[in-house]
Design a protein. Structure first.
Length: 94
């Protein structure tokens, strides 16, 4: 079975949102029931004027029903999230 890596950019509502808390909440918001779906890592990215975005590197099965949409929807419901965008989806080797 193939695995995919989705890079998902999450913009917080404002600069008062704790990125550490947001990371925990995003991880908890992932759809449950599939051990092959998980956040591999987060990267913080400077936007402007002290505002930072998070990039979540999500590993998912290649045949995941709905593609990235269920993950985007789950992330968008997390308190403190302003916007969710998928930047890239690629197949992982192996």
């Amino acid at each position: 079975m193939s695995r995919l890596l989705a890079v998902i950019k999450i913009l917080p509502e404002d600069d008062a949102v704790s990125l550490e808390k947001l990371k925990e909440d995003l991880k908890a918001a992932l759809p449950q029931g599939n051990k092959n779906l998980f956040v591999h890592k987060y990267v913080e990215e400077e936007i402007a004027f002290g505002l930072k975005a998070l990039k979540a590197y999500v590993v998912m099965p290649g045949d995941y029903e709905g593609g990235t949409q269920p993950i985007e929807d789950a992330f968008a419901k997390v308190k403190g999230v302003g916007q969710v965008d998928v930047e890239i989806v690629q197949t992982l080797p192996g």
